[in-house]
Design a protein. Structure first.
Length: 91
């Protein structure tokens, strides 16, 4: 079952976002289990939305890569997740 992730990082800069992105997805290659990623500036910092193929894939990614990358970038905000029941694509 697909899982959605939303990260709303108050005070997070583009440089911090790119530091984490390069640490967890070198050469812009998505990690195993990630289906979609979108990130951009928000009024309060930076926002990231992702879709993962399963809760297990997301947990493995967080445990093995993302947690340490967020810490190294000085980011303390944590993402929230939700079960995805529908998606639409323009492809």
């Amino acid at each position: 079952m697909a899982i959605g992730l939303i990260f709303s990082g108050t005070g997070v800069s583009k440089d911090q976002y790119e530091q984490v992105l390069h640490a967890v997805a070198p050469d812009d290659q998505p990690p195993a289990g990630m289906l979609h990623h979108a990130g951009g500036p928000s009024e309060s910092g930076w926002c990231v939305m992702e879709v993962w193929e399963s809760q297990e894939a997301l947990e493995r990614f967080f445990r093995d890569k993302l947690g340490a990358a967020l810490q190294a970038a000085g980011i303390t905000a944590q993402p929230t997740t939700f079960q995805i029941v529908n998606t639409m694509d323009h492809s």
